[in-house]
Design a protein around this ligand. Structure first.
Ligand code: CS2
Ligand code: MN
Length: 326
């Protein structure tokens, strides 16, 4: 396994801290507002991002998230073919630059939403006054009329996959589908389709390809009510376990709170042993952590102090079980 952190696409103190705690690989969201460069469908821009990480010794294991506004693709709106060509260009660039993984989601953004992933509270007190995120469906206004149907979203997804997956396969980039977060059938007036493991497997079977697999976001599979061990083994047996997000939650998809990696209901040691047993050798990251004393509350899940704890905790569990990692 490659011990990884999601780091900003521009160097800052988080890069230094990542190196100091022994993280060996990075993933990043190379969107212009984060990189200060054109989007990754521009080869020089993506090369600059890759070289930034290479220069400090934390090679880029992959890209995550929407590299530019994906609304027209996800909503099936006019202009999507232009965006799909950009997406294919980004894949070609990744292949040329040796960036092997793309973690993507297909959550259409609700008009009012700030992120694709959604929370109703980003300052829930946890241990010692640390602050975590939570979601409570009952705190949202009554579900508005859907702007379009789940079947329409499946059609948009199929159109997207047919347009870009052959290119990913041609250039050797592996695409890991991240589940919806929260894994609900609709949110904010738009449908969601990747809220069950069966839906993810349906996606993999739409256009069978060795370049298509899963980002196994453990907490979201738990929120789906899925048999997490079963699906880790199934995706691994299919050669589809490309990337792992290993964080924990209490609750279910409608009402949950994210928790510290060492205080959740999931046996993290057993999960790491499972990933090792099924032969997972890809990148693994701690995903979200609580915000700690003195940290900015405006980047929920991604302030750095909690990652120092989480990475140390995961390294301890790996070392104690003699599970090799880079
Ligand atoms: C996270 C994502 O929701 C999750 O589980 O992995 O929010 C991820 O942090 C963002 O999409 C950026 O990749
Ligand atoms: Mn995740």
């Amino acid at each position: 396994m490659q011990l990884t952190l999601l780091l900003p696409a521009k160097p800052d103190e988080r890069w230094t801290l990542a190196r100091q705690i022994g993280v060996t690989h990075a993933v990043t969201k190379a969107a212009p507002d984060l990189s200060g460069l054109p989007a990754p469908d521009n080869l020089d821009a993506l090369r600059a991002v890759r070289d930034r990480f290479a220069e400090v010794g934390i090679p880029l294991a992959g890209l995550e998230g929407d590299p530019f506004d994906m609304s027209r693709i996800k909503r099936g709106e006019p202009g999507r073919d232009e965006d799909l060509e950009r997406y294919r260009r980004m894949l070609r660039n990744m292949g040329e630059l040796g960036i092997p993984l793309l973690c993507y989601n297909f959550m259409p953004r609700a008009r009012a939403a700030q992120h694709d992933w959604h929370r109703t509270d980003c300052a829930v007190p946890l241990r010692g006054g640390s602050l975590t995120t939570a979601f409570d469906l009952d705190k949202l206004p009554a579900a508005p009329e859907l702007e379009f149907s789940a079947e329409q979203l499946w059609d948009n997804y199929t159109y997207f996959l047919k347009a870009i997956l052959p290119e990913a396969e041609r250039v050797g980039v592996r695409m890991g589908l991240h589940p919806d977060d929260p894994p609900l059938p609709a949110l904010g007036g738009v449908p969601r389709i990747f809220h069950s493991p069966e839906a993810v497997e349906r996606a993999l079977n739409l256009l069978p390809s060795p370049s298509h697999g899963v980002t196994f976001c453990q907490a979201n599979y738990r929120l789906m009510g899925a048999d997490v061990e079963h699906w880790v083994r199934r995706f691994a047996s299919l050669g589809k376990l490309f990337f792992v997000h290993v964080r924990d939650v209490v609750g279910d998809a409608r009402h949950f709170t994210e928790v510290w990696h060492d205080e959740g209901p999931t046996d993290m040691a057993a999960m790491l042993k499972l990933y090792h047993e099924v032969g997972f050798a890809g990148p693994i990251r701690d995903d979200h952590v609580p915000t700690m004393h003195g940290e900015r509350p405006d980047i929920p899940g991604y302030a750095m102090l909690g990652h120092l704890f989480a990475v140390g905790y995961l390294k301890g569990l790996l070392d104690a079980q003699h599970i090799p990692y880079q």
